[in-house]
Design a protein around this ligand. Structure first.
Ligand code: C2E
Ligand code: CA
Ligand code: CA
Ligand code: CA
Length: 278
């Protein structure tokens, strides 16, 4: 009886209840926010050998009352409650619309755009048709779209994952394995996935100059990716010293605050045009 009493107490913990109703409220706001246009895509440039070759689309939520809410707070919630499916579709559509708008431009039309896809979205039966519909519906060039997947995807139904990737690959869509080194992926899968790109997680990049283990990990990922014919992209590059270390390690592609934070479209376009060779 005592144990049950303790459980009951925990269940009615007011702090937990407050957290619960906060989540429910956020979920409801996300639903309405999607319709009301409170979400926006920011773009972070990717630099390859001194040129901006693409951008990663990162979602931003401007809550009418709470202000800016970072993705680290609402993406996990959206994944839990299933809203990630609608949010993901919105992101995909918005990124494809942007690609289509840039398409005719001599400089912006060269850019690829990377979209983050959560495992839950990718495992939906309708995922492939939805990507194709976003491309066809906007007129975006599939070869400029890149999907960023995480290793968590491989925990579930590897054969289905590979089949979907191969199918989209057939239309020209490219794939990046995001946050590489933090997850569970077996190296055996790596060569079976039709990937273009491996992204070194920023947790290894951060201390690459001060932590010998991180330096070894970064160098090993570069060697592994390069030998598999993949482009290796370092994320979270903040200093020139990190960039030059990576460069010397054979990593010629990177993203990070050293070049730019994720930017709203007009500022992103200005940055790309400033960096364009004449
Ligand atoms: P991610 O895909 O690993 O994205 C990189 C994150 O690192 C972004 O955070 C970016 O703003 C941040 N970042 C970039 N350069 C630097 C740097 O030099 N230093 C530091 N400290 N951070 C840097 P953000 O935009 O807050 O996104 C966080 C995560 O939320 C993303 O991690 C991704 O997993 C998820 N996310 C964002 N947008 C979407 C989306 O549209 N769909 C899905 N499914 N997930 C998304
Ligand atoms: Ca990413
Ligand atoms: Ca990442
Ligand atoms: Ca991440």
């Amino acid at each position: 009886a005592k144990a049950a009493g303790r459980n009951a107490l925990r269940f009615f913990d007011p702090q937990m209840q407050a957290q619960m109703s906060e989540r429910v409220a956020l979920e409801k706001d996300m639903r309405t926010g999607l319709q009301a246009g409170h979400f926006e895509l920011y773009y972070q440039p990717k630099m390859v050998r001194g040129r901006i070759t693409g951008a990663e689309a990162l979602v931003r939520w401007r809550h009418p009352v709470k202000g800016f809410i970072p993705p680290s707070e609402f993406i996990p919630l959206a994944e839990q409650c299933g809203l990630i499916l609608r949010l993901g579709q919105w992101v995909l559509r918005a990124a494809c619309e942007r690609l289509a708008l840039w398409n005719a431009h001599p400089v912006l039309g060269q850019l690829s755009v990377a979209v983050n896809v959560s495992p839950r979205e990718f495992h939906e039966a309708s995922f492939v048709p939805q990507v194709l519909e976003a491309l066809a519906g906007t007129g975006a060039d599939a070869r400029r779209l890149r999907l960023e997947l995480t290793e968590g995807l491989l925990l579930q139904d590897v054969e289905d994952t590979i089949a979907k990737m191969v199918q989209l690959r057939g239309y020209g869509v490219g794939f990046a394995l995001d946050d590489f080194g933090t997850g569970y992926s077996s190296l055996a899968y790596l060569k079976r996935l039709p990937l273009h790109e491996l992204k070194i997680d920023q947790s290894f990049v951060r201390d690459v100059l001060t932590d010998p283990n991180d330096a070894v990990i970064a160098r090993t990922i570069v060697a592994l990716g390069t030998s598999l014919g993949l482009q290796v992209v370092a994320e979270g590059v903040e200093t020139e010293a990190q960039r030059s270390f990576l460069e010397r390690s054979g990593c010629h592609a990177w993203q990070g605050y050293l070049l730019s934070r994720p930017l709203p479209v007009p500022a992103f376009e200005d940055l790309v045009l400033e960096h364009a060779p004449d």
